[in-house]
Design a protein. Structure first.
Length: 117
């Protein structure tokens, strides 16, 4: 799990990113990001719909796998972004870890969320 300060709280903050966020898509995942000048830490959420997987256990497993990747990337991220990752395929459940990391890395690079040195 990611730290409390890096999580969204309530649906209204997610709604803003859904409405105004920049979208980057891959075959399995959609990433929406929006700059937020009121924050000093990035906020993240992972959304796995019941339409993707009916089982809550399996949805949570996908969510945990993605949060594990995000937790390791927090120091590399720009400090004032809100990020929502929307899972659109159940294939992430059985996907090898290296492939999942490569997919997410590609999305984060395309959306320019990493700090430039």
């Amino acid at each position: 799990m990611i730290p409390f300060r890096n999580r969204f709280h309530g649906h209204n903050s997610l709604r803003f990113v859904y409405k105004n966020g920049r979208i980057v898509r891959s075959r399995y995942v959609t990433l929406k990001s929006s700059p937020n000048q009121n924050r000093s830490q990035p906020r993240m959420a992972v959304v796995v719909s019941k339409k993707v997987l009916k089982s809550a256990v399996r949805r949570n497993r996908i969510r945990r796998r993605i949060y594990d990747y995000i937790r390791n990337q927090i120091p590399r991220l720009n400090q004032n972004y809100d990020i929502v990752i929307i899972v659109s395929s159940s294939e992430l459940l059985s996907m090898p870890s290296e492939e999942l990391v490569a997919q997410l890395e590609q999305l984060f690079v395309q959306s320019e969320l990493y700090k430039t040195s």
